[in-house]
Design a protein around this ligand. Structure first.
Ligand code: PMP
Length: 391
C-alpha cells in the first residue's frame, strides 16, 4: 500500500538534517533517537490503529485512584517491571503522567502540603550535585509557595525537605541512595535510567515514590508518557489531583501507544511470545546494551586519543536480568576537560561545533560538560572522531 511504502522511506521524524563532517553536532539534550534503528525493525508489533470514535472520553477507569489511567497501560507497566525485575509493583499504585516531568511536579505538590513546616515556609527541594538540570528549573519556574529549590542535598541543613534521588544519576551515571534522613523529610526516586541497557539490575527497587518514563526506557520521548509507582494511597491521590488540575488527565492515545510499545518489549523476553517467533530477534535491552557498550568503548578510546578529557570510571555489577556481570553504560557522558587553560569546557567544545550542557547547570564545575550518548549513529560517530582530534 501507499501507506507502508511511505513508512519505509520516510525521513527521520525529528526533522534533524543529516549530519556531515562540518555540521554542528547537538548533544545538549538527551534526545533518545538512537532507538529509532531498533523500532524500525519491529514491523507492526509496536503499531496501533485508533478508530475515530475511540479514546474520546476524559475518563478511563473511574474506580482507579488514577481515573485517567488506561488499564492496558497499567498492565503493561506492571508486566515490564516483573520481566526486568527493576522495581516492585505489588502493592503499588501506577500513575500516568505527560512525561515523568509532570509526575515529578505532581510529587512535589503531593509531598509539600501547605504549611508543611508549621512556619508557612516553602518546602526545600534538594538533590546531591551534580543533579539533573531540570530539577531546579522545574521546581522554581512558577515560584510556588509550597516548595522551593534548596540546592545540593549534601550541604542541606534542616529536617523538612524533599530529596530527589536520581539513580543511575543524570548527568554522571552514578548509582545513588538518599543522603538525608529525617522523619519529616521525603524522597522521590527518579529511576528513568534504571534499565538494563544503562546499568546492571542489581536489586528490585521498592521506594515510596519511583518515577519512570518511556523516553529513556524505550526511546519514545515524543509520546510524552511517564509513570510513577506510589506506595501510599493518599500520596497517589494527591499526585493524581495535580495532573487533574494541570491537564485534566493524560492523552489516552499516547497511553495506548506506550502500552503497545511496552507490550512489544516484554514479548521479546517472553518465551510464549518469542520462541521461534519474530520477537526473539527484537529484544530492546539486548539492542540497547550492545549499542551502549560499543559507544562507551568508542568514547573512552577517543578521550584517551585526545589526552585532554577524562570520564567517570566504569563500574560493574551482577545483572539479575541478564544473568551475568555487566558494566554501567550511562545515557550521558560526564566529560571533564583537563587542559589547564580551558575553564569553560562547553565553550571550548562549542568552538569545535559540539554542543553540550555546561557543568554549572548541574550545580558543578564549568570544566565539566554533559554529553548525550543517545543520538543517532552518524552524529555520535562524528562526535567521537572530533573529540579524538582535540589536543
Ligand atoms: N528524569 C530524568 C533523570 C531525566 O533525565 C529525564 C529526561 N531527560 C526526565 C526525568 C524526564 O523525562 P520525560 O521525557 O518523561 O519527561
Amino acid at each position: 500500500t501507499v501507506e507502508s511504502k511511505d513508512r519505509d522511506t520516510r525521513a527521520p521524524s525529528t526533522g534533524k538534517p543529516a549530519v556531515t563532517h562540518d555540521s554542528v553536532i547537538n548533544l545538549d539534550h538527551g534526545d533518545p533517537t538512537m532507538f529509532e534503528a531498533f523500532w524500525r525493525e519491529t514491523g507492526d508489533a509496536a503499531e496501533i490503529v485508533i478508530p475515530g470514535w475511540q479514546t474520546m472520553s476524559y475518563f478511563s477507569d473511574v474506580t482507579n485512584v488514577c481515573w485517567f489511567l488506561e488499564p492496558d497501560f497499567d498492565q503493561q507497566v506492571r508486566r515490564l517491571h516483573r520481566t526486568v525485575g527493576n522495581a516492585a509493583v505489588d502493592g503499588y499504585h501506577v500513575l500516568v503522567g505527560t512525561g515523568s516531568t509532570q509526575l515529578f511536579m505532581a510529587a512535589l505538590y503531593a509531598l509539600a502540603p501547605p504549611n508543611a513546616d508549621g512556619a508557612g515556609e516553602p518546602m526545600s527541594v534538594v538533590s546531591t550535585a551534580p543533579y539533573y538540570s531540570s530539577y531546579p528549573a522545574v521546581t522554581d519556574f512558577l515560584r510556588s509557595g509550597l516548595f522551593r529549590w534548596g540546592g545540593d542535598a549534601d550541604t542541606f541543613v534542616g529536617d523538612t525537605y524533599i530529596e530527589l534521588v536520581c539513580s543511575p544519576n543524570n548527568p554522571d551515571g552514578a548509582i545513588r541512595e538518599a543522603v538525608l534522613s529525617s522523619d519529616a523529610g521525603k524522597a522521590v526516586h527518579d529511576l528513568a535510567y534504571y534499565w538494563p541497557q544503562y546499568t546492571p539490575i542489581t536489586r528490585r527497587a521498592d521506594h515510596d515514590i519511583m518515577l519512570f518514563t518511556v523516553s529513556k526506557s524505550t526511546g519514545h520521548a515524543g509520546t510524552r508518557i511517564g509513570w510513577a509507582l506510589v506506595k501510599d494511597r493518599e500520596v497517589a491521590r494527591r499526585m493524581t489531583k495535580f495532573v487533574e488540575l494541570n491537564t485534566i488527565g493524560v492523552s489516552k492515545d499516547s497511553q495506548l501507544r506506550a502500552a503497545k510499545v511496552l507490550r512489544a518489549v516484554s514479548d521479546g523476553y517472553d518465551d510464549e511470545h518469542s520462541s521461534g517467533g519474530a520477537m526473539r530477534s527484537h529484544r530492546l535491552f539486548d539492542f540497547g546494551r550492545r549499542k551502549m557498550v560499543e559507544r562507551w568503548s568508542m568514547l573512552r578510546a577517543a578521550a584517551a586519543a585526545s589526552g585532554i578529557f577524562s570520564l567517570p570510571d566504569e563500574t560493574i555489577g551482577y545483572c539479575n536480568f541478564a544473568n551475568e556481570t555487566a558494566g554501567n553504560n550511562p545515557a550521558f557522558a560526564w566529560l571533564r576537560c583537563d587542559r589547564e587553560d580551558v575553564v569553560d569546557c562547553a565553550g571550548f567544545l562549542r568552538g569545535h561545533k559540539i554542543l553540550t550542557r555546561c557543568g554549572s547547570q548541574f550545580g558543578a564545575d564549568t570544566r565539566y560538560v554533559r554529553v548525550s550518548m543517545l543520538d543517532r549513529d552518524d552524529a555520535f560517530d562524528f562526535f567521537v572522531r572530533r573529540l579524538a582530534s582535540l589536543k
